[in-house]
Every structure is written in structure tokens, then in C-alpha cells.
Design a protein around this ligand. Structure first.
Ligand SMILES: [Zn+2]
Length: 367
């Protein structure tokens, strides 16, 4: 949308849950220091307001049961997230200066256990690291409501596409693509994209393709579907080998395993990559997705590959995002799931650009 052009109609439903504002991470502990953090509630407001101003219909998320969530995540992870703040507060930790959020300090890595069975320790401060793999994904009093609201937004968007909408966008916050079957991290708590993919499968899609254009590798989504033949996962992201999160996954050699062998595709990009190389990689990825003949598509829509974003070294423009929207939406019926994107000044314009491109790619008429 050009300045002064006035509102334009954007024919993509924006699924929204007010609960997504209730998660206040209160910063992140990164390299031992608690920083302010960039995954803030204002992100969701900026996105919703920009899309509504561009003419997109805002649809409330509908409450769903846990069945789909439990199909992609270990029930123990869900129970942990639902109860960890309550247990932390009951233990008196928030009253102790500086313990106003759940921050793990010990992680039961395979090296620590050295073959011992994994147990759930009674002390909540010991248990805090049981399902979490980093120190920057904090839990506070409103976190669970927002996590559940984001999952409901993803499920509602999947319902819309399953019932005939060509496109639907879920304004999920917190984001989700770093969450594996049994562990959360990377400012993510439940994997909204995986939940949407599973819901599409449950509604009858035989094959689903997940295309992840967030600046970071979606290690969680990759591993949830790594050995499954029914959900293909492809990602373009800044090369973890160049020093970027999630560090331990996202390499080109990760191609799936077992029944999912060949069903995973990573295209790591050098820091500094701009529109041309980013869109060339996305074109490759979309070609491979199309070859799987998916009945439905999930797009992990991170806006943090933008040149303006503080969380990645990629240099994509608004025009690049608009072109990306066209490419991914041309693949078929698509659920777009909000992932990262942290520059509050440019976030709204980027979201409008990518959804406008998606509407074009899907052949939807703006009225
Ligand atoms: Zn990201």
C-alpha cells in the first residue's frame, strides 16, 4: 500500500485472539544477561492494526480442544506449560527479587543423564528446564493463555482453509516453529505451524507442505515431521553454520529419516542475503514443494528476514516479501502462520505486502 493511497481491501482473513497479548515474557536471558527482548505484545497489535487498516477482515479465533495439540506434542509438554507458572508462583519465587518469570537453570541433557532415566524433579526450579532448551524463553502469569490463544488461531485458520477458503492468516503470538515434539525454546512454546499442518491432515488433506520463510530455521517443525511421509518441510533461513540460532539444526544435510527420508529440505543462506538470492531460494523450495503435490500448504511466515529487523542479518525488502507471498500462495490452499518479525516500525508494512502478494498469487480479487 502506497502512502496516501487510502485503505485497500485485502481479501485474506486475519484470525486473531485477544489472549495473544497476555504473554509478557519480561525480557530474555541471553548469554547470561537479562535483556529487554523483542518478542513483545506490541508486535501483535502492530500486525493486527496494519492488516485491518489495509482492509483485511479480522476473524476471532475459536476455542478448540487439545486433540490436535496432543498429536504433535508430548502431553507432558502441554501439562508442563499449563502449570509451570502456577507452581513457580506457589513456590514463592516471584516474591524473591528477580524471579518474576520462569527461567530454567539446569537442563537434563543426554550427557548429564548418561543413561539414567529422565525423572521429573519435585522442586519447580529444577523442573523448569525439563521441557525447555534455552534460557531466553521465559514464562509469566499470562503466558499459557496466549500460547493457547495462538494455537486456537492456527486451528481456526486451518478450519477456514479446510472448509474452502483459499487463504487464511493466523496472527499467532507467541510464535512456534522452534518447538519440537517435547521441548520449547527460541521464544516459542507450542508449534502453531505444526498444529495447523496436523489439523489440515485431520480434515482430509493427504499431503501437506510446510514452507518456512522465517529468517531462522524452524528446527521444531522439521523434527516433528522428520520421519513422516505425509508432511513435507522446507525452509530458507540464515545459515546456522554462520553462527545463528538455532545453531544445532538447519543444515542442508538434514533430509528426513525413515518413512520421511527425502521429505525435508533446508536452504541455508549467507548473512547479508537480499531479495534476489532469497527469492531464488524460495523459488527452488516452492518447486520442490509443488513436486510433492500437496493438498494444502502451511507457511511459517516470519517477517524477520527483513533488512530492518534486529534479529537477523538477512536483507529482504517489502517488495521481496510481496513476491514471496505470490510464490507460496500459488502452491495451493494455504494457512499462513505468523512466526518472527520484530521491528515494530516496519512490521505492519511487511505483513500487508506479503498478504497482498499472497492474495495475488491465489488469484483472489481485491474489491
Ligand atoms: Zn525468526
Amino acid at each position: 500500500m502506497k502512502a496516501g493511497a487510502g485503505p485497500v481491501s485485502l481479501p485474506v482473513p486475519v484470525v486473531w485472539s485477544e489472549d495473544c497479548l497476555r504473554h509478557e515474557p519480561g525480557g530474555e536471558v541471553w548469554l547470561g544477561v537479562r535483556d529487554e527482548g523483542t518478542e513483545v505484545p506490541a508486535r501483535a497489535m502492530v500486525l493486527r492494526d496494519a492488516l485491518a487498516a489495509a482492509g483485511a477482515p479480522v476473524v476471532p479465533a475459536r476455542a478448540h480442544g487439545d486433540e490436535i495439540l496432543r498429536a504433535v506434542h508430548d502431553p507432558e509438554l502441554l501439562d508442563h506449560l499449563a502449570g509451570i507458572w502456577r507452581d513457580w508462583a506457589e513456590a514463592g519465587l516471584p516474591a524473591d527479587c528477580g524471579r518474576d518469570r520462569v527461567v530454567p537453570y539446569v537442563f537434563p541433557t543426554p550427557g548429564m543423564l548418561a543413561g539414567l532415566p529422565l525423572r521429573s524433579p519435585p522442586a519447580v526450579h529444577g523442573r523448569a528446564g525439563l521441557f525447555c532448551y534455552d534460557t531466553m524463553t521465559l514464562v509469566g502469569p499470562g503466558s499459557w493463555a496466549a500460547i493457547r490463544g495462538a494455537a486456537d488461531a492456527a486451528l481456526t485458520a486451518a478450519d477456514l482453509v479446510s472448509s474452502g477458503e483459499r487463504l487464511a492468516y493466523a496472527l499467532c503470538r507467541p510464535p512456534g516453529h522452534h518447538v519440537t515434539r517435547g521441548a520449547y525454546g527460541g521464544s516459542c512454546y507450542l508449534n502453531n505451524a505444526a498444529i495447523a499442518a496436523q489439523a489440515l491432515r485431520a480434515a482430509g488433506a493427504r499431503r501437506v507442505a510446510v514452507v518456512d520463510i522465517d529468517a531462522h530455521h524452524g528446527n521444531g517443525t522439521q523434527m516433528i515431521f522428520y520421519d513422516r511421509p505425509d508432511v513435507w518441510y522446507g525452509s530458507l533461513h540464515v545459515d546456522p553454520g554462520a553462527g545463528w540460532f538455532p545453531h544445532y539444526a538447519g543444515y542442508a544435510t538434514e533430509r528426513g529419516s525413515g518413512d520421511g527420508e527425502g521429505g525435508n529440505r533446508n536452504l541455508p543462506l549467507a548473512p547479508g542475503t537480499g531479495d534476489d538470492a532469497w527469492l531464488a531460494a524460495l523459488t527452488t523450495l516452492c518447486g520442490e514443494a509443488r513436486a510433492r503435490e500437496p493438498d494444502a500448504v502451511v507457511v511459517s511466515l516470519g517477517l524477520d528476514a527483513a533488512a530492518t529487523d534486529p534479529e537477523s542479518p538477512l536483507c529482504v525488502t517489502e517488495a521481496g516479501y510481496r513476491a514471496a507471498g505470490r510464490l507460496v500462495a500459488a502452491l495451493g490452499p494455504a494457512v499462513l502462520i505468523q512466526e518472527g518479525g520484530y521491528d515494530l516500525a516496519s512490521l505492519g508494512g511487511l505483513a500487508v505486502a506479503v498478504l497482498s502478494g499472497a492474495a495475488e498469487g491465489a488469484g483472489l480479487d481485491a474489491s
